[in-house]
Ligand binder design. Structure first.
Ligand code: ATP
Length: 526
């Protein structure tokens, strides 16, 4: 018997002249086995059915003005923690805290009987996600007297890890919990020494209870630090989870996330946080979450995120949300005068305490020099990028926080999670490529219920793409802020002079770089 592919079959049918009807005539098929079938009927649309946990989230309000949950009334939380919150000026919980903290405390109150469910939290930037995991973890770990790493907190950058570490330190006061930070900011051996002590009788022992780290440095220590034991882990927290998992695929591909499922005791509870957490079931599937629970804020058609919204549970997929207090605008600029548009924008809006994002370290550097030349002593301008060592970056971040710097020019290395107080405006000098980038940049302002402005500079050819991108987050009303090109004409001479200064500055820098490289080479030779 002959085996016939569908293509050959149609050729055969053609010979028999029955192609018109495109119907298989079984009579002509003697001696053939047809593989596959041509079906020209229109297929019914497949209805997307979400896993139950994604379709039934707990909705988090984005309203930070009308707070309802008093810290003093959440009796599930230890009195000492409530006292510390009060001492740090926190009287009311933000919505994400009001939902997640009691839920986690309850889930962890009888872990000897029931494995706690894993948790995904998607809530806007600046909505207080950090405390939503810090407080329940401190409370849960207070009871232990033997030192073991019981909570592992992974973040995408050094600056962020540092920030979360500081929050843990504040709320671990008056407990015997030891928190450690490893980000590569210190020599490897120093970090090893902070993690482990070598006991003569028992071998390597943990010195700490909570480890806060960047993903890359964790991977290095897992490979090379003898005695680093995660067998007793009770919590695995991934903050800015989408970014961590993008940056460190080895975490995602099961190498580390699934490693814990092999441990002898119960696997740790996984807690994933982000303002842009994917709610795509296929992506989440890879994380091997255990009976996950989703907390998410939502936007309604109008772009508002009301408190009581009826969801279509079958099709609900959370969209990224931004703070209610965020005002958003864009400015159309020409390519060659873009720095002047920025200059004018800063003047018009009287911007201080503001951040300007560019797409690369080099362009941040050039723009900072140019702005310094244009503003002279009128504004204090600094640049911050991954080129700077961690310590210098922290100094700049502190200076900005204290109001000693008016304008910080930076790359997207600073876009995620960094909590700078009272940022007036975020300017995207280079248009963001992705919605996520836009949301995290803009999220440096309008934090913790404060008002804030995000302005994006666009060339006319970028406008359609930008608007399309914002529509994915149901943002339809982003207004244009018009700066007519004629208004820039009087600045022409000043601009030319500043460009000249920039050129000279860069040339000088290049020469000095060359000199340094040559002298380093010479030193190596000798
Ligand atoms: N209940 C509260 N009351 C007042 N301020 C709060 C409260 N909770 C948190 N904050 C403050 O709000 C700011 C933002 O909090 P946090 O950094 O945790 O936000 P986030 O949701 O993690 O933001 P991002 O997504 O950008 O990382 C911080 O300065 C924090 O101290």
């Amino acid at each position: 018997m002959m085996i016939l592919s569908t293509k050959l079959f149609w050729k055969e049918q053609e010979k028999h002249g029955d192609i018109k009807n495109k119907k298989i005539d079984v009579k002509n098929l003697e001696g053939f086995t047809v593989l596959g079938d041509e079906n020209f009927a229109k297929k019914a649309k497949v209805k997307r059915v979400l896993p139950k946990w994604l379709a039934n989230p707990t909705i988090i309000s984005v309203n930070l003005q009308n707070l309802k949950t008093k810290v003093s009334e959440v009796k599930l939380l230890d009195k000492s923690l409530r006292k510390l919150l009060k001492a740090n000026g926190i009287q009311y919980f933000f919505p994400v805290q009001a939902e997640v903290i009691p839920w986690l405390l309850k889930a962890n109150s009888h872990t000897d009987v029931i494995f706690p469910r894993d948790v995904c939290v998607s809530a806007p930037t600046g909505s207080g996600k950090t405390l939503a995991f810090v407080l329940p973890i401190i409370q849960a770990l207070k009871k232990h007297s033997v030192k073991r790493i019981r909570a592992l907190v992974i973040l995408p950058t050094q600056d962020l890890a540092n920030q979360v570490f500081k929050t843990f330190k504040i709320y671990a006061q008056n407990t015997n919990i030891d928190v450690c930070l490893i980000t590569g900011n210190h020599p490897f051996a120093t970090e090893q020494n902070q993690l482990i002590t070598d006991n003569k009788a028992f071998g390597p022992l943990s010195k700490i209870d909570i480890l806060v780290c960047t993903a890359g440095r964790l991977v290095d220590h897992l490979k090379m630090t003898k005695g680093l034991d995660l067998q007793h882990l009770e919590f695995l927290i991934i903050d800015e989870a989408d970014r961590v998992l993008e940056k460190q695929p080895s975490l995602q591909t099961g190498k580390i996330l699934n490693l814990f499922s092999l441990q002898k005791r119960r696997p740790p509870q996984k807690l994933l946080f982000s303002a842009t957490l994917s709610q795509d079931p296929e992506k989440l599937q890879k994380l091997s979450l255990f009976q996950p629970k989703l907390f998410t804020s939502i936007v309604a058609e109008s772009g508002e995120a009301p408190d009581n919204i009826v969801l279509n549970m079958e099709t609900f997929v959370g969209k990224y949300t931004t703070p209610r207090e965020l005002a958003e605008k864009y400015v159309i600029t020409s390519l060659d005068l873009k720095p002047l548009f920025l200059y004018k924008l800063i003047k018009l809006e009287k911007l201080t305490r503001s951040i300007v994002f560019t797409h690369s370290v080099e362009s941040a550097h050039r723009l900072a020099i140019l702005l310094k030349s244009l503003f002279k002593s009128e504004l204090k301008i600094e640049e911050i990028s991954s080129n700077l060592q961690g310590k210098n970056r922290s100094v700049l971040i502190d200076k900005f926080s204290n109001g000693e710097i008016d304008l910080l020019v930076c790359t997207d290395a600073l876009a995620r999670g960094i909590d700078l107080p009272n940022v007036q405006c975020v300017v995207s000098y280079s248009a963001p490529k992705y919605l996520k980038t836009y949301i995290h940049r803009a999220g440096r302002t309008a934090r913790a219920g404060e008002a804030g402005l995000a302005v994006t500079l666009l060339h006319p050819s970028q406008l359609a793409k930008f608007k399309g991108m914002l529509q994915q987050a149901d943002k339809q009303n982003v207004e244009e802020l018009t700066i007519p090109e004629e208004d820039l004409e009087p600045l022409g001479e000043q601009y030319k002079q500043s460009l000249q200064e920039l050129k000279q500055f860069i040339e000088k820098e290049e020469k000095s770089d060359l000199k340094q490289t040559m002298s380093a080479k010479r030193k190596r030779k000798t």
